[in-house]
Write a protein that binds this ligand. Structure first.
Ligand SMILES: Cc1cc2nc3c(=O)[nH]c(=O)nc-3n(C[C@H](O)[C@H](O)[C@H](O)COP(=O)(O)OP(=O)(O)OC[C@H]3O[C@@H](n4cnc5c(N)ncnc54)[C@H](O)[C@@H]3O)c2cc1C
Length: 388
């Protein structure tokens, strides 16, 4: 039989169904109740982990499911589509899991990957700094050797979920012994390390997962906290970028599907003149437009994941950037349309539509901004000159 292109495998579709079923037991009400009361989503996180969904992309010999980034992106999307977007899925199994599985020593994989896979030892990721921002080449967190140990100093900002993490993967710079130049190096830092402090940043996102300012003050780490080879820092960082973008796209399309479903249901029921408001094209067309935009973004996300899982890092790079861009745009637009469809109810906590605005909007900023994606496409896809 000829293979049907552009559809996911039956296994992937089944994975989606199972995750959706699990997440629907929790749902949006649980997620917002936790967010508004200062609670956490630990029970959902651990149940997703226990069922093997969290670590579905992590190699089997380290407690994972042995699948690809397309599988873990499907999990992330289905959770979000049930109203439970888990940002730490982008960070812990996808970015940290990929970097450690690809570059960690055997001992490091055995130590860290099982906890990422079952969710009992989540890992945060810290690259962004207040003075460097988008320009990661300008980070100033440093790692200096002291005998057998490393000593780290620096400051990070907007670090998601460090309060819930056992470790944080810190991007730092260390002096190259041969050239004396600073090069990026990645370290796994326990979150209870002496000298590590973090403070919650008040954000407007309705989510139990928070962002933090992180202060690293003479934190001492053993030699084997450095991930893999000292000279591979840049390659390691690049390896984490495609999974990060694919997961961010899945997060956004899931959120977008949730908003569209709520808006459509409301448009079918709410009647103020003759017939439900969904009979007016002013309401129906924007929602139909969103349906198209979301499906296009999902398709590009699946393409990016398929290329990445097939080992085509270059092809995946372009597709992952496009998917991330398209997904964030689709999510911002549909959430705005969902608010409008609900009228006054769109801004109430009861209906929860306005509460999605900032989370969707964050997708245009993090983990990589829309402007930097446009820079990438301008330069790499169109061959235009670099502008910065
Ligand atoms: C909800 C959330 C969670 C996050 N989680 C994490 C995390 O877990 N770990 C982590 O390390 N970081 C995290 N971040 C940080 C995130 O990656 C950064 O916010 C993002 O990379 C942008 O950096 P910045 O905020 O410093 O903006 P800036 O770099 O100050 O940029 C400001 C604006 O200028 C634009 N700009 C900058 N340079 C250019 C250019 N050359 N061309 C065109 N436009 C440009 C940007 O696109 C942006 O619109 C998170 C951020 C948010 C909002």
């Amino acid at each position: 039989m000829t293979e049907i292109a552009f559809t996911e495998s039956p296994e992937r579709q089944e994975l989606r169904r199972q995750v959706a079923k699990l997440a629907s037991k929790y749902g949006r009400e649980y997620f917002t109740a936790q967010a508004r009361s200062g609670g956490k989503t630990t029970d959902l996180w651990l149940e997703v982990g226990k069922n093997g969904y969290l670590g579905v992309n992590i190699p089997e010999q380290y407690g994972g499911g042995g699948g690809g980034i397309g599988d873990v992106a499907a999990v992330c999307e289905e959770l979000a589509a049930q109203g439970c977007p888990l940002l730490m899925m982008v960070v812990s199994p996808a970015i940290c899991g990929t970097v450690i599985a690809r570059f960690g020593t055997e001992e490091q994989k055995q130590r860290w990957l099982p906890g990422l896979a079952d969710g009992t030892a989540t890992m945060a990721f810290a690259i962004t700094e207040p003075d460097a921002g988008t320009n990661s080449h300008a980070i100033t967190t440093t790692a200096r050797r002291d005998g057998d140990e490393w000593v780290l100093n620096g400051r990070k900002i907007y670090i998601s979920g460090i309060d819930e993490a056992a470790n944080v993967l810190v991007v730092s710079r260390a002096e190259d012994a041969k050239t004396g130049k600073l090069k990026p190096c990645l370290f796994v830092m326990p979150t209870d390390s002496a000298g590590l402090e973090y403070h919650s940043i008040p954000m407007e996102i309705v989510s139990p997962e928070k962002q933090f300012s992180v202060f690293i003050d003479d934190v001492r780490l053993p030699a084997d906290a450095l991930v893999g080879d000292e000279d591979a820092g840049l390659v390691q960082l690049f390896a984490g970028l495609n999974p990060e973008r694919i997961m961010a796209a899945a997060f956004s399309t899931g959120l977008a599907r949730y908003a569209l479903e709520k808006a459509t249901a409301y448009a079918k029921e709410r009647t103020v003149f003759q017939g439900p408001i969904g009979a007016h094209q002013a309401i129906a067309h924007p929602l139909a437009q969103s349906k198209i935009e979301i499906e296009l973004a999902r398709l590009m996300t699946q393409k990016a994941a398929a290329l990445y899982d097939a080992g085509d890092d270059m092809g995946a790079g372009e597709a992952a950037n496009m998917a991330k861009y398209a997904a964030a745009e689709a999510a911002c637009d549909v959430v705005d349309r969902a608010v409008q469809t609900h009228g006054g109810n769109g801004i109430t906590q009861e209906y929860g539509m306005a509460g999605l605005l900032v989370a969707a909007r964050a997708g245009r900023i993090a983990p990589v901004s829309r402007e930097m994606i446009l820079n990438f496409i301008g330069m790499h896809s169109l061959g235009l000159p670099k502008s910065y």
